[in-house]
Write a protein that binds this ligand. Structure first.
Ligand code: FE2
Ligand code: FE2
Length: 297
């Protein structure tokens, strides 16, 4: 499925040079999908990029995974964490590297943006585990990327994004409505286009494309990210720009067989998990973060 819309294509055609996903990342994704790939082969590929190696080892040894012994080589990391986790880790660190904080607008709170994204990723992972929706790391990455279109707009269509921020401020519009007015496409469409361009897996493209309109997708991953986004907004984790509350689509809860009243209990360990996941923000900033978060529940 190609979730990129014509509107998004016409918006991004104005961008002259969007950074490509690093070659090594594309190679890792391809290798993980090949059943004949050995841990040594995957490790060799990753090892060609020394900054990727140090980031992976840093996360592998962090409280995020809570491993009992130290991981000192990439081969060890691939064996202990598994191919799929390594793939998601490589994709996550690369996204943070490509969008490395060179935001253009002073009015767009970059740290707040990633904090919101990480909040959504954490909730997605926590709920995914409980409802057994495939590898929890898949849900984490889908949640992390859901608003990636906003970063593309801020960094690469800066002047128009400033106008979007003006509209949000002046008319108290939701950001996606303001984006539609100014650009003719919103961040979910722009993000889906990026996922397509970077050949990200289909479930990622879909959850980026439909996180505000989950009924259009009828996908459990989309429903999960939609719910997690709303919860992250509700708890004021980070900043989604307009800071307006998101309604949870009842159809998404139904699809996942979750009762609204159970969400608080299901996410009671959010605070702990969010703090462990903040290692990803440290990788991006190259420093320690001390984020203020509200525990859920
Ligand atoms: Fe969004
Ligand atoms: Fe969001």
């Amino acid at each position: 499925m190609n979730a990129a819309t014509d509107n998004a294509r016409s918006v991004v055609s104005q961008i002259s040079s969007l950074p490509a996903l690093p070659r090594v990342v594309q190679r890792v994704v391809a290798l993980v999908e090949d059943p004949d790939t050995s841990p040594a082969c995957l490790a060799r590929t990753i090892s060609s990029d020394s900054s990727l190696v140090s980031k992976i080892l840093k996360v592998a040894n962090s409280a995020y995974y809570g491993l009992s012994r130290k991981v000192s080589t990439i081969t060890q990391a691939t064996v202990i964490l598994g191919f799929n986790t390594i793939k998601n880790l490589v994709l996550t660190t690369s996204v943070f590297t490509v969008f490395n904080g060179n935001n253009k607008s002073n009015r767009f709170d970059h740290e707040g943006f990633w904090s919101h994204s990480l909040g959504c990723a954490t909730v997605s992972k926590i709920i995914s585990k409980q409802i057994r929706l495939g590898p929890p790391e898949d849900a984490f990455l889908a949640g992390l990327l859901h608003d990636i279109g906003k970063i593309v707009l801020d960094q690469f269509l800066h002047d128009q994004f400033e106008k979007v921020l003006d509209l949000v401020e002046d008319q108290k519009l939701r950001i996606r409505d303001a984006e539609k007015v100014i650009l003719g496409a919103d961040h979910s469409e722009i993000g889906a286009w990026l996922c397509d361009k970077w050949n990200f897996p289909e479930h990622l493209q879909e959850s980026v494309a439909f996180h505000h309109s989950p009924a259009a997708a009828n996908s459990k991953m989309v429903a999960l990210v939609h719910i997690a986004d709303a919860l992250a907004h509700k708890e004021s984790i980070g900043n989604g720009v307009d800071n307006l509350e998101r309604e949870i689509d009842p159809g998404s809860l139904e699809l996942l067989n979750i009762e609204a009243k159970d969400l608080e209990e299901m996410t009671k360990y959010f605070h702990d998990e969010f703090n462990k996941a903040s290692i990803f923000l440290e990788l991006m900033n190259g420093r320690s973060t001390n984020l203020e978060v509200n525990p859920m529940g």
